[in-house]
Write a protein of this length. Structure first.
Length: 237
């Protein structure tokens, strides 16, 4: 299942002009930064490590400029953003959910264009509504210069999402999302899985109990609701 997707058009490595254009984008940001934010951060983590070190500082500055909605002079990172796609190559990056319920970053491997991919991710974040743009840019800045294992989805997504309890699952949840979800709703992972009606009723009850009007603690309530929301997604989708 595709959760987020970004289509990028870019010049060939040997082309005399360095260009990038953003194509079709599916970047959901519900429960900010959303799966869209995770995909953009994943792209930056995967490809920023290949940038000239002298460009990393420029990339960080660019992220703040885009976040604030400033007009961006071109070119940036030695590449020009444009709308025309004639003569450009096409690459698509996706965040997917695998049949075993794990998240997977599916990067385009046919073409290598690190600066263009990174720029497209940052510029795409700039197109988001101001209310969520900041959260997505925080993920992107955590991704800049990532030197960890980009082939291990759990490690990379865990790093990117560590500030967001909605996405930052515990190590046990990465290993076995279903067991983690059952534990969150207070069920024994070793016992028989209840039917959907029972699960929905139990989760609704726990969401009501977690409401800040009941707990009196808004911060703890937010974390608990985020956990229950993620558990519901795992158990009922």
């Amino acid at each position: 299942m595709i959760l987020a997707e970004l289509e990028i058009y870019h010049s060939r490595p040997i082309a005399p002009t360095r260009r990038v254009s953003i194509g079709h984008a599916v970047l959901p940001v519900e429960d900010s930064p959303g799966f869209g934010g995770m995909l953009l951060g994943g792209i930056v983590a995967r490809y920023s490590k290949f940038l000239d070190p002298d460009l990393i500082e420029e990339l960080e500055v660019l992220s703040y400029q885009v976040e604030q909605g400033q007009r961006i002079p071109q070119p940036r990172l030695r590449h020009r953003l444009q709308t025309d796609r004639v003569g450009l190559l096409r690459s698509v990056h996706r965040l997917e959910r695998l049949p075993n319920n794990r998240l997977h970053l599916n990067f385009e491997e046919k073409h290598e264009a690190p600066p263009q991919f990174v720029l497209a991710a940052v510029y795409s974040a700039g197109k988001l509504e101001p209310g969520v743009r900041g959260d997505v840019m925080k993920v992107i800045r955590r991704a800049i210069g990532w030197q960890g294992d980009v082939t291990n989805d759990d490690v990379l997504l865990g790093h990117l999402s560590s500030s967001y309890s909605r996405y930052a699952l515990s190590s046990s949840s990465q290993a076995d999302p279903l067991a983690w979800a059952l534990e969150v709703v207070g069920l024994d992972p070793e016992a028989e899985l209840p039917d959907e009606k029972t699960l929905r009723k139990r989760i609704r009850s726990q969401l009501r109990d977690a409401h800040p009007d009941v707990t009196g603690d808004h911060e703890d309530a937010a974390d608990r609701i985020a956990e229950l929301t993620e558990a519901r997604r795992i158990l009922l989708t």
